[in-house]
Design a protein around this ligand. Structure first.
Ligand code: TUI
Length: 318
């Protein structure tokens, strides 16, 4: 079964599914698996220096000729190096997060790189369209990691009505029901993060995947609101300590220093008590680890079944 939208042609992909460019988690192995399965695999560069990201790009190129992307986290001290790197390596697509990539868009376009900023608001969506973004990822509050304030349900239709470029929905989507809902809200595709963490190809520590599988509906909590960089991660020792520091009115510097290096600790070392287990609210729905190909196949199959059964709901009035 095929679900085709305008982004399939725009990015030369079989299915309108992007894989979230999650820092530390979205390595070349995961991105290659998603691109091979017909989606758009995306390497998460996070705070990594350019040479580390180059290794991941080379891994993907070794495994597949299909298109893939790199996510540039704009708070990274290496963001400008990564921009030069993706141009040099002729990466076809860049997504950006945690900031406004406006001043870089012309450079990407001149070098043939498609740009898809993550936007949490209508105002930023409009600005990104004006400066030449090829599409947008509208990411709702349900998502994992660094988040905005509007929910996917409210954000997507408002952005869809405000721009004329394709909108990809993100935040809270892990199966065919979420995919279908995103299409109903006017999105041209979805970006999926947490569900792909629990894939066989994801190189995150098994403890990280198990924490997601064990998570219940209300376990993905927000920390760091007082620093201006709210982050959604699974409740544990770390989130409790951060919550205590915020309540005590500790400074932004102290809180950021305490939180630094915590994502690597959880993803690479498997310390899911003291590390930051970034995951979306949909973690409670995920209860297994599957190959990427099966994850994508199941989402498309379920979407097709829902669309088909909804069509059967339509009855002529007598
Ligand atoms: O970027 C993400 N998710 C992330 S980044 C990350 S690494 C990190 N670690 C610690 C603190 C902060 C980040 C983990 N997860 N998602 C995309 C996203 N972008 N969500 C929200 C935004 C966003 C927010 C504000 C995009 C633009 C923006 O613009 C503000 C402005 O400058 O206008």
């Amino acid at each position: 079964m095929l679900i085709k939208t305008e982004i399939c042609e725009l990015f030369n992909i079989k299915y309108p599914i992007f894989q979230g460019g999650m820092a530390w988690v979205a390595t070349g192995e995961l991105a290659a698996a998603v691109s091979i399965a017909g989606g758009l695999g995306i390497i998460g560069s996070g705070n990594a220096p350019a040479e580390v990201v180059r290794e991941e790009i080379l891994k993907v190129k070794e495994k597949t000729d299909r298109p893939f992307g790199v996510n540039i986290m704009l708070l990274s001290p290496f963001a400008e190096d990564i921009i030069d790197l993706v141009i040099e390596e002729e990466v076809p697509v860049v997504t950006t997060g945690a900031g406004n990539p406006g001043k870089y868009i012309e450079k990407f376009k001149k070098n043939g790189v498609k740009v898809v900023p993550v936007v949490p608001s209508v105002a930023l969506a409009r600005r990104m369209e004006r400066v030449g973004a090829d599409a947008l990822i509208a990411e709702g509050h349900e998502a994992g990691g660094h988040i905005g304030s509007l929910t996917t349900m409210a954000l997507i239709p408002q952005i869809v009505d405000s721009v004329n470029i394709p909108v990809i929905a993100a935040g809270g989507i892990a199966d065919g029901r979420g995919f279908t809902a995103a299409l109903a809200l006017g999105a041209s595709g979805v970006q999926i993060g947490t569900r792909f963490v629990c894939s066989e190809e994801c190189t995150a520590d098994n403890n990280f995947k198990k924490a997601i599988i064990n998570a219940k509906d209300r376990d993905a909590v927000i920390t760091g609101s007082s620093t201006g960089h709210p982050v959604r991660n699974l409740k544990n020792q770390l989130t409790r300590e951060l919550e205590r520091m915020e309540k005590e009115g500790k400074t932004r510097e102290k809180i950021e220093e305490y939180g630094s290096g915590r994502l690597r600790l959880a993803v690479r070392e498997g310390d899911v008590d003291n590390g930051s287990v970034m995951a979306g609210q949909i973690a409670g729905l995920i209860d297994d680890i599957k190959p990427v190909k099966i994850i994508i196949h199941d989402i498309i199959k379920e979407t097709a079944e829902i669309i088909n059964s909804n069509n059967n709901l339509l009855k002529e009035e007598k």
